[in-house]
Design a protein around this ligand. Structure first.
Ligand SMILES: Nc1ncnc2c1ncn2[C@@H]1O[C@H](COP(=O)(O)OP(=O)(O)OP(=O)(O)O)[C@@H](O)[C@H]1O
Ligand SMILES: NCC(=O)N[C@@H]1O[C@H](COP(=O)([O-])[O-])[C@@H](O)[C@H]1O
Ligand SMILES: [Mg+2]
Length: 402
């Protein structure tokens, strides 16, 4: 059936419901609205970044099955687009199976990638992709045994988490108890389980943005890749990213092969952020997002179609002729250093005076130490210049209580 885009806010509107309304959802909302879609955004708090630009906002506990079902029945979206991990995935799986709701990319892909145990099972065991050594634990004793198995140093993470929430780098057995407690305190969603992973000794890490879309000429599902994105993480959360990250021909081929294998197994249409560790020509799978990736915000400065445009197009079943990177670019994250309520941002004049820069101010109504509140984007003649410009611009932005 061909796509029919009705007028927003009328009965014939083409509605999409985003579950999660952070900085990534905000850009997806804008990309969808440019294509005439009526956008609904749900999240756990009012005034979330995407709510500030969408047609309709819904505040609810998305982990509550009844509340989520009621919302979907009320909005009757053409597609439900999960943007965070903290949601009741069983509800989405059931609604998709009943044929009443389409989930982007698929309910299975969302379920599998939000749970480190499920994605390891798929990637390492079924698909036989190389990963770090790992073990799962539901008790502290199991964690201690798992850490011995993967050996120190290791990473301990909640099985449902993102942006480094609840993640610890553990160098000795003495540090393990604190890591166990922290994983339970700071998980995005508490499952009672943690993963312990042996440390991968890598040269650098990348995100390979991978798009699955319906080809208008053949009617078949096809896969395309963006140029690799390099990034630097601190405490499990990204602080800086750039594109392109050069790779050897062999490593690039292997990275694309791994990304295609895992995204094809997950299915559906949309963009995926495939996280990979690179050591020489060797490529090790880490994890992936079934949606735009935080490090992929760089594509707003580097590509003809950003990862958000690509996601919007693909999820609507539209064609992608090509993905072109137009210039080297970088991002640097702006994080809060303290608690703020309704914060104000200062320093925009100086930041924008740095050549090639742009800003995304997320305008979250509350800040706490370490919360991502904005990002500086920069392009330049080469990646090194773009990185320096983005860093300089980000450092010039300050937050202040109103
Ligand atoms: N086994 C490992 N070996 C080496 N480094 C690791 C390992 N696991 C995690 N890291 C480091 O920590 C970062 C964050 O880990 P991971 O992606 O699993 O966390 P996350 O909470 O899902 O973060 P995000 O949502 O940003 O992807 C990685 O990008 C990497 O820099
Ligand atoms: N790595 C995943 C990621 O970057 N997700 C992005 O962060 C938001 C949550 O931010 P918050 O914790 O500040 O509310 C999410 O809504 C999403 O946009
Ligand atoms: Mg990650």
């Amino acid at each position: 059936m061909s796509l029919r885009i009705g007028t927003p806010n009328t009965p014939n509107a083409h509605r999409v419901l985003l579950l999660g309304g952070g900085e990534l959802g905000r850009e997806v909302a804008i990309a969808l609205m440019r294509l005439g879609v009526e956008v609904h955004v749900a999240d756990r708090y009012a005034g979330a970044p995407a709510m500030q630009v969408a047609h309709h906002a819904h505040v609810l506990k998305m982990t509550d099955a009844q509340a989520l079902t009621d919302l979907i029945n009320e909005v009757k979206p053409y597609r439900v687009v999960p943007e965070v991990e903290a949601l009741n995935i069983e509800t989405l799986v059931a609604l998709e199976a009943a044929g009443t709701t389409k989930v982007t990319p698929t309910a299975y892909a969302v379920q599998c990638t939000m749970d480190r145990q499920a994605i390891r099972h798929l990637a390492a065991e079924e698909l036989q992709l190389p990963t770090s050594p790992y073990a799962f634990a539901s008790t502290f004793e199991e964690l201690a045994a798992g850490a011995e198995k993967v050996s120190y140093p290791c990473f301990v993470k909640p099985t449902m988490s993102s942006s480094g929430h609840g993640q610890s780098y553990v160098k000795t057995p003495e540090e393990l108890k604190a890591a166990w407690d922290y994983a339970h305190e700071d998980a995005r969603a508490e499952t009672g389980r943690v993963i312990v992973e042996g440390k991968v000794d890598f040269d650098f890490e990348i995100t390979l943005l991978t798009v699955r879309y319906r080809d208008a000429h053949t009617g078949k599902d096809e896969t395309r890749f963006c140029e690799p994105i390099g990034h630097r993480q601190d405490g499990g959360d990204y602080v800086e990213s750039w594109q392109p990250q050069p790779l050897s021909a062999r490593a690039l081929e292997r990275a694309q092969e791994i990304a295609k294998t895992v995204t094809s197994a997950l299915g559906g249409h949309g963009i995926f952020g495939v996280e990979l560790f690179i050591k020489g020509d060797e490529v090790i799978f880490s994890e992936l997002s079934p949606r735009p990736h935080d490090t992929g915000m760089v594509t707003m400065a580097s590509q003809r179609y950003s990862q958000f445009d690509l996601h919007a197009r693909a999820l609507m079943g539209l064609h992608l002729e090509e993905i072109t990177q137009e210039r080297p670019a970088a991002t640097a994250v702006i994080k809060a250093a303290a608690e703020y309520s309704d914060p104000a941002y200062l320093g925009l004049e100086a930041a924008m005076a740095v050549p090639g820069t742009d800003l995304r101010i997320f305008a979250k109504p509350e800040a706490h130490p370490g919360r991502r509140m904005g990002v500086a984007l920069a392009s330049g003649p080469d990646v090194a210049t773009a990185r320096e410009r983005a860093q300089t611009a980000a450092n010039l932005i300050q937050l202040e209580n109103n």
